[in-house]
Design a protein around this ligand. Structure first.
Ligand code: CMP
Length: 145
């Protein structure tokens, strides 16, 4: 079915934007929206509220706030799963062990610094698209272009 999903390139992988756009278009997904945003700790805690209490949360928040991220809305058949397949497993070393050509296998560093995000369900996709691309009148991340 036709779906929308939210992806973003984490700060240390933003120089791979060209490779990411190429991989997305090779897979026939459409980049409907794209923007550069800088999240602060408060923004990132809101985005990752499902991970509240997890041991890796502090490292994750420090990582995704260390510089700007490139966020995009992708549209296509089964876009949610297809984008997640394209980025690969959470842990890049696992991705490389599978001899995968996924973005995390190619550009990820470790389980925290894995370079890429993808929504995991239609409900999170809707919430995360609204977070980075709010409908008019809604709260807008302050540091976006
Ligand atoms: P992502 O799956 O996009 O969202 C949660 C992030 O937390 C994950 O990418 C990693 O960047 C980070 N993380 C660090 N350690 C872990 C872990 N053990 N399990 C899951 N996520 C982790």
């Amino acid at each position: 079915k036709l779906e929308k999903t939210l992806g973003y390139i984490k700060p240390d992988a933003c120089d791979k934007l060209g490779d990411v756009v190429e991989a997305i278009s090779e897979r026939g997904l459409l980049i409907a929206k794209m923007r550069l945003c800088r999240m602060n700790q408060n923004d990132a805690s809101t985005f990752y509220e499902e991970h509240k209490g997890k041991s890796f949360l502090r490292d994750l928040l420090n990582y995704v706030t260390e510089g700007p991220v490139v966020a995009f809305e992708l549209v296509g058949e089964n876009a949610i799963n297809r984008w997640r397949e394209l980025i690969g497993p959470t842990d890049p070393s696992k991705a490389r062990a599978e001899a995968s050509t996924s973005l995390r296998a190619r550009f990820g560093k470790d389980v925290t610094h894995n370079g890429f995000h993808g929504s995991d369900s239609p409900a999170s996709a809707a919430r995360e698209i609204e977070f980075f691309f709010p409908s008019s009148g809604r709260y807008m991340l302050p540091n976006c272009v």
